[in-house]
Design a protein around this ligand. Structure first.
Ligand SMILES: NC(=O)c1ccc[n+]([C@@H]2O[C@H](COP(=O)([O-])OP(=O)(O)OC[C@H]3O[C@@H](n4cnc5c(N)ncnc54)[C@H](O)[C@@H]3O)[C@@H](O)[C@H]2O)c1
Length: 307
């Protein structure tokens, strides 16, 4: 198949691009490099620098494409609180621009990387897809709005759409962002550097950390299913861990004698995130394979920043 990945030079997108090339697909990447790095892309991936808002470029790249993976987005929760309009411009208006171009060219399938962040604080855990979203940051709002556009417009124009709500992805090469979302590489860097691990809040908030190769397998599976209307699937590890326990595990695995210090809680944070994977198992045959302990071991062995 001929596949276009927006945001394909990013952390998840580049891993997806390389996996799809290994599966013999023809893979095009569109990325404006605001956060991406094309050196992550292996041979065989056709890289194009540009924005999802560049209509002529999109039109050209979309010719003959069987499926679009839409991953291009601004992704830093804390930054979205400072610059919500930028997040709206890229994550929402950029998505609508992509949808229009897809309609004009006649692209039959779209897979969208949405986020577990849009659930916000939920009483019932693990969180199933039918839970009412409670976005707590402009980033989360933008992912929810993009989902609505994708599903509404997809249904109107006959595009097959699959929305994957990815929880906290991690793995080798994950950039260290000024955000809780990259807490794993940040803690590893702090532990190896002998500095304190800075925990926002009491550290009893939980996250569902999912290894990047598991996310990629879910994305690849979405290429082959016949989705029902409103196909929304959680992608996580199916387990939750507190940030305190994560810090302890990283200190153990790195053999670090660093301490943990506590800083006031930041806006936009969610208290518990734990994905219910029932639907993803049923629809995609998805089964996470890498435990957090194993994923951390792999980062420490494979990520050149930490070896
Ligand atoms: N990493 C996670 O834990 C996680 C969790 C849930 C959802 N997601 C979603 O998955 C997707 C990929 O996330 P990631 O962690 O790889 O982030 P990333 O920042 O590494 O990747 C996003 C890519 O989009 C590109 N981009 C940004 N604006 C663009 C534009 N206007 N036109 C073209 N490209 C543009 C960036 O340069 C970057 O390469 C995002 O949509 C994100 O919201 C990620």
């Amino acid at each position: 198949m001929r596949i276009l990945i927006t945001g394909g030079a990013g952390f998840i997108g580049s891993a997806l691009a390389n996996a799809l090339v290994a599966d013999q697909h023809e893979v095009l990447v569109l990325d404006d490099l605001s956060a991406g790095d094309p050196s992550r892309l292996g041979p065989g991936v056709l890289f194009h620098r540009g924005s999802i808002t560049d209509r002529p470029k999109l039109w050209t790249l979309l010719q003959g494409v069987d499926c679009v993976y839409h991953l291009a987005a601004r992704v830093v929760v804390a930054e979205s609180i400072l610059y919500p309009r930028e997040y709206n411009d890229v994550n929402v208006s950029g998505t609508v621009a992509l949808l229009e171009a897809m309609r004009d060219v006649g692209i039959p399938r779209l897979v969208f990387a949405s986020s577990g962040a849009l659930y916000g604080n939920q009483e019932h855990q693990p969180i199933a897809e039918m839970a009412r979203p409670d976005p707590l940051s402009p980033y989360a709002v933008s992912k929810l709005a993009a989902e609505h556009y994708i599903q509404t417009i997809g249904a109107l124009w006959g595009t097959k759409t699959i929305v994957l709500r990815i929880f906290n992805a991690y793995g080798p090469g994950q950039p260290i962002l000024p955000s809780n979302s990259s807490v794993i590489p940040l803690f590893i860097k702090q532990a190896l550097g002998g500095g304190s691990l800075v925990i926002f809040g009491a550290g009893d908030q939980t996250r569902d950390f999912v290894y990047v190769s598991d996310v990629v397998r879910a994305l690849v599976s979405a290429l082959h299913i016949d989705p029902p209307n409103r196909c929304i699937l959680n992608i996580g590890s199916g387990t939750e861990i507190t940030i305190n326990a994560l810090a302890r595990e990283i200190l153990t695995q790195t053999g670090s004698s660093s301490n943990t210090i506590y800083s006031p809680v930041r806006g936009g944070g969610v208290s518990r995130l734990h994905a219910d994977l029932t639907l993803a198992r049923r629809m995609l045959g998805y089964e996470p394979q890498v435990t957090l302990q194993e994923g951390l071991r792999r980062i420490l062995q494979e990520d050149p920043r930490f070896t």
